[in-house]
Every structure is written in structure tokens, then in C-alpha cells.
Design a protein around this ligand. Structure first.
Ligand code: FE
Length: 182
């Protein structure tokens, strides 16, 4: 009787383990979600401008996204999720869902941050002079919500010669084949 119970328990354990392993092999769908918990303004299709007070952003964004997006913090080089990532797809603003970059324009950069030579659309981003830290740089902001994304430099590759040096934390990557994984 005991051995039968043991066998039943073992079988259940093995089956559960197999199921768990199988589930782990499925593609991560979380990055494909078109909505964000607590963020009613997030949309990958609505291009209308967002002008929200800082207190609202603080409420609806995760703390690490908020610090970069609204207070121009910079993530540490070589620590972000996309600096050496080569997936084919589209990068959206993590704060509002605005379409920002295509993977086709991403290039391997040694700076430690994801780098692109052009935005997905001319109005995907906006630019602002940044004289902080004793440097004269051009800040790159989201064209829809004005989130800080990073800076642009003139040492990029052809065809534009530009380097959009971005923070991974404010980017959401969606693979081209994501519709098949839904
Ligand atoms: Fe945005």
C-alpha cells in the first residue's frame, strides 16, 4: 500500500516537473503585452501627446523607469538588458508605448548602452540642449511623453553618422514575430 502511494507521489512529481520545464521553454510573453499595470496612458497605437505632472508619472511608473524617464538618471554602462541584444523587432517607450526605434537601425556599440543610428519615425523623438555636468550634449526625449531616453552623438555609423545612445530601462522591445507567440 505504501509503495503504491509512493509511486503515485513520484509519478505526480515527475509529471509536474516536466510540465514546469516545458512552461519554462515557452517564449517570454510579458514584453509583448500592450498594456501596463497601473499605467492607463501606455499605448502602442495612440500617438497623441501626453503632458502629465511629475506626480502622476511617479505613481504609474516603476521606480527605476521613473528615475531615468522623468529625472534623466543614467543606467550604469553594460548593465541594461539591451546594450548587447540583437533581436529583430521594435523598441517602444517604456513610459508611454510610443514607437521609438527599429532593430535594423541598432548597431554594436562599445559604449555599454543600446545604440541606434536613426529613430523609427522622425517624430518618434524630440531633442533638447543639455548643459548638465559641464558638457554640451543633446538630450533625446520621447516624442509623445517627453521621457528622457538618452543622448545623441555625432560618432555613429553610416548612413546618418549619428549615435542615439539610449537607456535600456526606458525601452520595451517587441520581437517581429510576437503575434505568433500571443
Ligand atoms: Fe514616451
Amino acid at each position: 500500500m505504501i509503495s503504491k502511494t509512493l509511486i503515485l507521489l513520484l509519478t505526480t512529481f515527475v509529471l509536474t516537473s516536466c510540465q514546469a520545464q516545458h512552461e519554462n521553454k515557452k517564449p517570454d510573453k510579458s514584453m509583448n503585452k500592450e498594456t501596463k499595470p497601473n499605467n492607463p496612458y501606455y499605448s502602442r497605437t495612440d500617438t497623441s501627446k501626453l503632458d502629465l505632472p511629475d506626480s502622476t508619472w511617479k505613481k504609474i511608473l516603476p521606480a527605476d523607469v521613473y528615475e531615468v524617464a522623468r529625472h534623466a538618471a543614467t543606467e550604469q554602462a553594460f548593465t541594461g538588458k539591451y546594450w548587447n541584444f540583437e533581436g529583430k523587432g521594435t523598441y517602444y517607450c517604456a513610459a508611454c508605448g510610443n514607437k521609438l526605434f527599429r532593430s535594423d537601425a541598432k548597431f554594436a556599440s562599445t559604449c555599454g548602452w543600446p545604440s541606434f543610428y536613426e529613430p523609427a519615425r522622425p517624430n518618434s523623438v524630440i531633442y533638447k540642449v543639455d548643459n548638465s555636468f559641464g558638457m554640451r550634449r543633446t538630450e533625446v526625449l520621447c516624442g509623445r511623453c517627453a521621457a528622457h531616453l538618452g543622448h545623441i552623438f555625432d560618432d555613429g555609423p553610416p548612413p546618418t553618422g549619428k549615435r542615439f545612445c539610449m537607456n535600456s530601462i526606458v525601452l520595451d522591445f517587441v520581437p517581429d514575430d510576437s503575434t505568433r507567440n500571443k
